[in-house]
Ligand binder design. Sequence first.
Ligand code: NAP
Length: 334
Amino acid sequence: MELKLSGVSSQKESQEKIENVIVIGAGPAGLSAALYAARAELEPLVLTGTELGGQASLTNIIENYPGFPDGVGGNELSDLLQKHAEKFGARFEYDAVERVDLSHRPFTVKTYSKEYQTRVLIVTSGASPNHLDVPGEKEFTGKGVSYCATCDGWFFKDKKVVVVGGGDSAIEEGLFLTRFASSVTIVHRRHELRAGVILQNRVKSNSKVNFIWDSVITEILGDKHVEAVSLRNVKSGEESTFQTDGVFIFIGHKPNTAIFKGQLNLDQNGYVITDMSMRTNVPGVYVAGEVADPTFRQVVTSAGMGAAAAIQATRFLESEESPEIPEEKEKQRI
Ligand code: NAP
């Protein structure tokens, strides 16, 4: 279904221009939202932030995005999604948002260089995996260092990998990696896993998995690809080197919601609280992708949420434009 909005003026030349839709973020959720809003002739403005393409663009090749049986590069998919949205009129500003005012409409969105007003806001600012912040981590990202087993596990067929972390993510992803890797070594900074007991039992009984307890990685080593990690035992202080082909880091994610605190309802981990229609507690503000999704974190689910957010945002604007369309009862939920 294609939704078109006829009566919305773009007010292009006006100094006091009010955008119809601003999308914050340009990962799969933001780019899909932009495409759907553009096809509804809303001329959305995408404020990309600093990570065009989001986390997906960090992935060498995405093999589980439907429609690409041979896989698609993370950057390539991001380029395609952007071109697709631009083809229908989406505009992009390579600027990062530093502040929003959602207390009244039009909403105010302040970037480092400019201030915008918008009738509707779609938040797709994503989540960022926590980093170890050790030497070699940045340098070898995509060359053996990964934050996504689903995306990159296959590349470690019959290879040795290290998984960092002791939470549910590390254990779940570590177990997933046993499908491919010859061995999975979990490096955890304590002697006790944080993960739930069922996962603990599964991982401890898996013959491919072994543990290095009470230890942290101090450096990731290699030439063109990861070859080893330097370890330090936090109890004894002993230093050692461990040979590995890959390092998967799962030490938590941070949703990028700092600028929305006190304005959008967030859960205890900082994720934006939403419903199936991607609405938030503020009428006219929608959300999509990993900023509101601690569970699935897939390119395809984020893209789907982005489309849903834009469809709902379009309906919201339509109901304001056309009295015959029943107004969305925006305040009745969340
Ligand atoms: P998490 O529960 O916060 O666990 C992070 C792990 O990383 C912890 O073991 C922590 O060690 C370790 N860690 C943190 N910073 C570190 C550092 N700088 N160096 C080394 N290790 C570090 O994160 P998560 O596993 O991503 O889970 C996030 C939430 O999602 C949790 O509520 C979890 O239950 C949920 N989740 C659920 C499932 C599921 O139910 N199947 C799957 C995934 C996630 P310490 O233990 O010492 O703090």
